[in-house]
Design a protein around this ligand. Structure first.
Ligand SMILES: Cc1cc2nc3c(=O)[nH]c(=O)nc-3n(C[C@H](O)[C@H](O)[C@H](O)COP(=O)(O)OP(=O)(O)OC[C@H]3O[C@@H](n4cnc5c(N)ncnc54)[C@H](O)[C@@H]3O)c2cc1C
Length: 388
């Protein structure tokens, strides 16, 4: 039996997130986009509401939200501002590899730091490198055993919250010759000697979120910080992304919904040729397409999240959701600008920002092409796209 009814708990979480988006995010979204920052006061309020530690289990102080609720909350936050939502949500990406593989001591040491409402900290997921984006197995950040510790050397790029994180979950190789088989992961604290933040990226969209280089120069990492042993790192990354892509699809749906609402409102107000433009069939049909595709996208991300929540294989559904919702957000926001005519091209109108914000949904956590690669491999009966 299929039941689309939300539980009372889910309704309350979605309402709380919507109110937060409306009252705390929307009023500052344009300013944050312009300045490229998120105010500390907003981060504190978000942390107090549990919005920076949604995926962390309750026993460590987190929200312990199931994937379905967490993704619906993400839709609401992205409706408020995708840049701020990316900042608040990045802890989930950084900690999912640890939820999967870290031991009890590691979880107890690091998770509570992200859950303190008075002094909320951030973590960052460090996989991408200048020479290894879609081809994650090509990473060359190298870790070597030396006496009672490890030495880490390498450079990560495009790291969300890289410049503001307290600690990093770092994927690295023990032996580059082994490719997939050489990868593991360690927790690295920002305060360790040899850790530095490089270039802060000046972006097209989601400008409120910090995207930075993180550099490791002969960093001494305690052995107990290893949470994914050599050989299991690539599997950990793929499992992590299977679990988190529903939330990116939800972010994309939130951006699309915000653009649709703006376009609908404008089309009823704007009069040309003696009647509101919504009465023109070409505009009316554009809005109908938007409404239909947003609904379809929401069902796809909910299906992926439901499978993840049930512990079922969800790689295919996560890729359906991420690919569809990323493309859908781009299409909807482009058309929302079109409905606004010349006004939509002006920064004064929210749709201009939404169109810039939408583009990242086709890029991060696996591009639109990589999602199709996963889906296509499944169609050929190849379920292990990567020979880990
Ligand atoms: C704002 C932002 C935030 C990010 N945050 C993080 C983060 O927190 N942590 C992190 O580790 N990374 C992060 N990333 C990195 C992001 O995940 C990568 O940018 C993305 O995976 C693509 O890698 P790339 O940029 O190197 O592109 P490339 O892999 O070089 O791809 C270039 C183009 O080639 C296509 N392509 C590549 N390989 C194939 C193939 N086999 N088949 C078909 N097409 C292919 C791609 O789809 C793309 O269109 C972030 C990126 C951005 C822009």
């Amino acid at each position: 039996m299929v039941d689309f009814e939300l539980t009372e708990e889910q309704k309350a979480a979605v309402k709380m997130a919507h109110d937060f988006a409306l009252n705390e995010m929307r009023p500052v979204a344009l300013e944050c986009d312009k300045e490229g920052t998120v105010p500390e006061s907003l981060v504190k309020k978000a942390a107090a509401a549990g919005l920076t530690a949604m995926a962390i289990p309750e026993e460590y102080g987190g929200g312990g939200l199931d994937q379905i609720t967490a993704s619906m909350v993400s839709e609401e936050l992205a409706w408020g501002c995708a840049g701020i939502a990316t900042t608040l949500g990045a802890n989930s990406l950084a900690t999912t590899p640890m939820v999967i593989a870290a031991n009890e001591e590691q979880k107890k040491e690091y998770f509570p730091r992200l859950c303190d409402p008075d002094d909320p900290k951030f973590a960052a997921f460090c996989l991408t490198e200048p020479g290894a984006g879609s081809d994650a197995a090509a990473i060359s950040t190298i870790i070597e055993e030396k006496d009672d510790h490890f030495i880490l050397n390498g450079q990560k790029c495009f790291i969300t919250n890289g410049g503001i994180a307290d600690f990093y979950s770092v994927f690295c190789t023990f032996d580059k010759e082994k490719k997939y088989g050489g990868i593991g992961a360690v927790v690295v604290e920002r305060s360790y000697e040899g850790v530095s933040v490089g270039k802060h990226e000046d972006k097209m969209g989601i400008r409120a979120s910090d995207t930075s280089e993180v550099i490791f120069d002969n960093v001494k990492v305690p052995k107990e910080n290893l949470f994914v042993p050599m050989g299991q790192g690539f599997y950990n990354v793929m499992t992590t992304l299977d679990l988190t892509r529903a939330s990116v699809a939800a972010l994309a749906t939130g951006v699309a919904r915000a653009a649709f609402e703006e376009a609908l409102k404008y089309s009823k107000e704007r009069v040309q040729f003696g009647r509101p433009i919504i009465a023109q069939q070409s505009i009316n049909f554009m809005l109908a397409e938007m409404a239909m595709k947003i609904e379809a996208g929401r069902r796809l991300y909910q299906l992926a999240a439901w499978k993840a929540h049930k512990g079922l294989p969800c790689s295919l559904e996560s890729s359906y959701a991420k690919a569809f919702c990323g493309d859908m957000a781009m299409e909807v926001t482009v058309n929302a600008v079109q409905v606004h005519g010349g006004y939509g091209y002006m920064k004064e109108y929210l749709v201009e920002k939404l169109m810039r914000d939408a583009k990242i949904m086709q890029i991060y956590e696996g591009t639109a092409q990589i999602q199709r690669l996963v889906i296509g491999a499944n169609l050929m009966g190849v379920t292990d796209t990567y020979p880990w």
